[in-house]
Design a protein around this ligand. Sequence first.
Ligand SMILES: [Zn+2]
Ligand SMILES: [Zn+2]
Length: 238
Amino acid sequence: MRNILTNILDVFFPANCKVCGKKMKIDRKVCFCAECWNSLKTIKEPFCVYCGKQLSMPNEHFCADCTVSRLSFVDNRSAGVYQGVLKEALYEFKYKGKKRLGKYLGEFMAAYLKENGGLEDIDLIIPVPISESKLEKREYNQTEILADYLGKYFEIPVIKDVLIRTKDTLAQYELSREDRFKNVNGAFDIKNPVKIKWACILLVDDLLTSGATADECSKMLLGSGASQIRVFTLARGL
Ligand SMILES: [Zn+2]
Ligand SMILES: [Zn+2]
């Protein structure tokens, strides 16, 4: 019934694309027009070889933060820069119940890996978990959906019962860089460490900005026997 209604609504009151505002006839669940989707671009060099931050000068290799101190993971790569269509899409996917966007965003991440590599020696994929209360409210962990897509696509096992979130933290975007690291300190725990012994792990998250969350997860995984952590995120904060 709801589908029939939606179809009728689409014909008479087409939904607007969330980015350009253009009327779209079909598929209000996806909420972006084809043109906006096709404008989605992967990150190109120059970016920081460690944390994946987009850099402005062609001969730069490291960002200012990584020249001062390195984080616990080997490197981070992000499929795109956190702006424009990607920023809107992640917002809809994460906070507006547009679970279906996961397939498209997963495709975008897979396309990046196909083009640029990054899965050499990877044994396992682990998504960054969200807290119980967020999961209850959101009904899905957006990062898990992305990790599942990549795992299926590249035939790499996705492990979800090792890295556990033990406490709900404040939203990272509200905090200074220093406070972001303090905020996630102690927020994760490890179960079944035998599953990650000696493993090279691809830690997957939706967004990396300061790298504090990925750093904390990496420390926990390395402390429990993993041999190496590489991080792959949908978007890189500016
Ligand atoms: Zn559009
Ligand atoms: Zn960096």
